[in-house]
Design a protein. Structure first.
Length: 354
């Protein structure tokens, strides 16, 4: 009997394909049948990465593991996970948490993992995340690409600095107003129209609101640390609130109804923005990307049509970069631009030809 067990253990050991074993990490890839983790207990590791282990049982995973990453394991339940209270980071993304009866797996067992600082649950068909309200140590939470319609249970997670709720079914984000430490927030691909609750989140540096139903972004004026903003595909008319955001470097605002770009054109901090608005003809699309080293100022007039033009003070380096990224637009509308701009286009074209 003992020989049989030893043979089984040896066989399982032979099937292990370890992509990486270092001082604290073991990666096991493509071992669909492995169940016995006795060998892991003998290793001095705290991070375990498992890919395509379809018969995984959490009560077999050693208690010394503090970081667990599971990929494509087709989990049918989370039985035993509640005993792994030592876990600090748990990655379950893209595991399709659906039981044999085709019902979404109950994740309430996660509520006992109060040591978690990172939790990744993206792409798992989740609707209810109320069991996460007890995970007060969380700093990173990834819930993107699920079926979540309410974020109300997250309001106590005030230690969060990174939150991803993109690709869900949210309409109300009022609970997020209490998450004062957020620095990174993803809300793309929802059904949000009111973002006023975000007014209190003054620490945010990266915000993604793409593909929602937002009209008013005036509350963004309070985000003094905002560095990167994505508001693509909404119903926004005015971006006046962006004018005085002195940390804002990048703005994506395609497919809105914005007619006045001066708030970002006049903001010296903004060095990269993308716009192709429904209120702006495609032939006048502006894609400006430039570098921040300001030494000498010059003037660049970007004319959208005969009735409208925008004047910006940019460095010579900025001007060169703008011209390089908009050569086709300038050549198509060459009569609208100065000889200086056309000369820069010619220089850039010669460099390309070489």
């Amino acid at each position: 009997m003992m020989n049989s067990q030893e043979n089984q253990y040896d066989q399982e050991m032979k099937t292990i394909f370890a992509d990486e074993i270092d001082n604290d990490t073991l990666v096991i890839d493509g071992n669909q049948q492995i169940q016995n983790f006795q060998f892991v207990e003998q290793l001095d590791i705290n991070k375990l990465v498992i890919n395509e282990c379809f018969r995984l049982k959490f009560n077999r995973v050693p208690q010394n593991i503090t970081e667990l990453l599971l990929y494509n394991c087709k989990l049918k339940n989370l039985d035993g996970i509640q005993e792994m209270r030592q876990l600090e980071s748990f990655n379950l993304k893209q595991n399709s948490l659906v039981s044999d009866s085709k019902e979404v797996i109950d994740i309430s067992a996660l509520s006992t993992l109060t040591s978690l600082t990172e939790l990744y649950l993206s792409g798992n068909n989740l609707c209810d995340v109320s069991s996460l309200r007890s995970l007060l140590s969380l700093k990173t939470l990834d819930l993107q690409k699920n079926q979540i319609s309410s974020a109300s249970s997250l309001f106590k997670l005030t230690n969060l600095t990174r939150l991803n709720l993109g690709g869900n079914k949210l309409t109300n984000i009022s609970a997020l107003r209490f998450l004062f430490n957020l620095q990174y927030l993803q809300l793309w691909g929802n059904q949000i129209s009111d973002i006023y609750p975000l007014k209190s989140l003054s620490q945010i540096s990266k915000l993604n609101l793409n593909s929602n139903q937002i009209v008013d972004v005036s509350c963004l004026s309070f985000m003094s640390q905002l560095n990167e903003l994505h508001i693509f595909k909404n119903q926004i008319v005015s971006i006046r609130s962006l004018k005085n955001l002195m940390q804002l470097n990048y703005v994506e605002l395609d497919y809105n109804f914005i007619t006045d770009l001066s708030p970002i054109l006049d903001n010296p901090a903004v060095y990269d923005f993308v716009t192709d608005n429904q209120a702006t003809p495609n032939e006048n699309q502006i894609r400006i990307s430039n570098q921040i080293n300001v030494i000498q100022e010059t003037e660049l007039i970007v004319m959208k049509n005969k009735q409208m033009n925008y004047k910006m003070k940019l460095t010579k380096q900025k001007l060169k970069t703008v011209v390089k990224k908009n050569m086709k637009l300038i050549m198509k509308n060459h009569s609208l631009f100065s000889e200086k701009i056309l000369a820069l286009v010619q220089t850039e074209q010669q460099e390309v030809d070489q």
